[in-house]
Design a protein around this ligand. Structure first.
Ligand code: PLP
Length: 381
């Protein structure tokens, strides 16, 4: 029995008729760019996240780029991001015209904290991007407090964390159902990706910006259509970053199923926890108290990581290394002067992390195979 790291086929099979009907509806309308399907998705996402504004765009990368462009960077302005994230976080900062400044991570959650951000803060810091890595939110209350005190903007990279939540502290006086805040609703703006491997994935590229800020929403809405809502009248230089109606129609179907898929990921995570807890050579990922983790990835730390990965691969079991190279040591950022040893927890994570199959349709039998082979590799059972 082989076990892929991710298989998207069973998800499509389960909702094929609903999705095919949505595709047919768009094709029949011949309305392909923005339009009513995109507007409906934006309304439904805004409601799901509990924010006033959601603006669809062409990718998760652009969902970072557009709010950064909206800040109108001057040369030398800095944005702090973790060195341990997908490249897009840094690429968007660079392409918007900011200088990326890399900070370290908390070893337990793989996320930035107020402390790791503060360690690299400078008078030129205009914004920070906490990345909710693997599906767990960074500690937003302390990050917001630091940013507010110093007048910086907070953009959440929620590409891997749609549906993740965090308890509001202090808890509201009367629990009126608002004692949780969703990823993408906790900062000034949030960036989502609908890349097919994300928890809510389209049939191609897509992204969305969430925001509580009316001015930000207005600017992002213009920047995605070349900087002006009225055709041939441009207030800013934007870009083409529109969301397709086909993607929006498919995503609207899938959004309705997201809670059940998220629950299945959580159940798989529980099963790994229960069975791998006693393997001393590995560290399991955990949700901090007050966090709902949505497990876009189930990422362990493993001694002899590369050997374990080769063993699993030899048994037909897929795994992934997210991410092998820290951003401060990437060739393209050499001029920023990153040095080995500068961000020790990031560099250690790059050597130790291994992501295991966690997709909702994994099933008990295939998951048991993964567990069995990890135990076998470390000489247990
Ligand atoms: C996937 C991802 C992105 C970029 O999303 P795309 O849709 O691929 O452009 C950005 N940040 C993180 C953390 C991601 O995982």
């Amino acid at each position: 029995m082989t076990v892929p790291l991710l298989d998207l086929t069973p998800q499509y099979d389960a909702i094929r008729s609903e999705v095919d009907e949505a595709i047919r509806r768009v094709v029949d309308s011949q309305y392909f760019i923005l339009g009513p399907e995109v507007e409906a998705l934006e309304r439904e996402m805004a409601e799901y996240l509990g924010v006033p504004h959601a603006v669809g765009c062409a990718s998760g990368t652009d969902a970072l780029l557009l709010p950064l462009m909206a800040l109108d960077p001057r040369p030398g302005d800095e944005v702090i991001i973790p060195a341990f994230t997908f490249f897009a976080t840094a690429g968007a900062v660079w392409n918007a015209g900011f200088t990326p400044v890399f900070c370290d991570i908390d070893p337990v959650t793989f996320n930035v904290t107020a402390e790791t951000l503060e360690a690299v803060w400078s008078p030129r810091t205009r914004a920070v991007i906490p990345v909710h890595l693997f599906g767990q939110m960074a500690p937003m209350p302390e990050i917001n407090a630091l940013a507010r005190e110093r007048g910086a903007i907070v953009i959440e990279d929620a590409a891997q964390a749609i549906g993740a939540r965090q308890a509001v502290v202090p808890p509201p006086e009367h629990d009126n159902g608002n004692s949780w805040i969703m990823a993408g609703a906790a900062g000034d703006a949030g960036s989502f990706s609908f890349f097919p491997t994300k928890n809510l994935g389209g049939f191609g590229d897509g992204g969305l910006v969430s925001t509580t800020d009316d001015v930000m929403a207005d600017r992002v809405g213009k920047l995605r259509v070349h900087g002006g809502r009225q055709m041939y009248h441009h207030e800013m230089v934007g870009t083409n970053s529109r969301l397709d109606a086909l993607q929006a129609a498919i995503l609207r179907v899938k959004l309705r199923h997201l809670p059940e898929w998220t629950a299945a990921r959580g159940k798989n995570a529980c099963a790994y926890h229960g069975s791998l807890r006693d393997v001393a050579e590995i560290v399991l990922p955990d949700a901090l108290p007050g966090n709902v983790h949505v497990y876009n990835q189930y990422t362990i730390r493993a001694q002899r990581r590369d050997e374990l990965r080769a063993h699993l691969s030899g048994k037909g079991i897929g795994s992934g290394v997210y991410y092998p190279v820290p951003l401060h040591l990437q060739e393209c950022f050499r001029e920023l002067g990153g040095k080995e040893g500068q961000l020790p927890e990031t560099e250690r994570a790059c050597r130790e992390v291994l992501s295991l199959p966690i997709f909702p349709e994994l099933g008990e039998e295939r998951q048991a195979r993964v567990i069995e082979e990890i135990c076998a590799f470390y000489g247990r059972g």
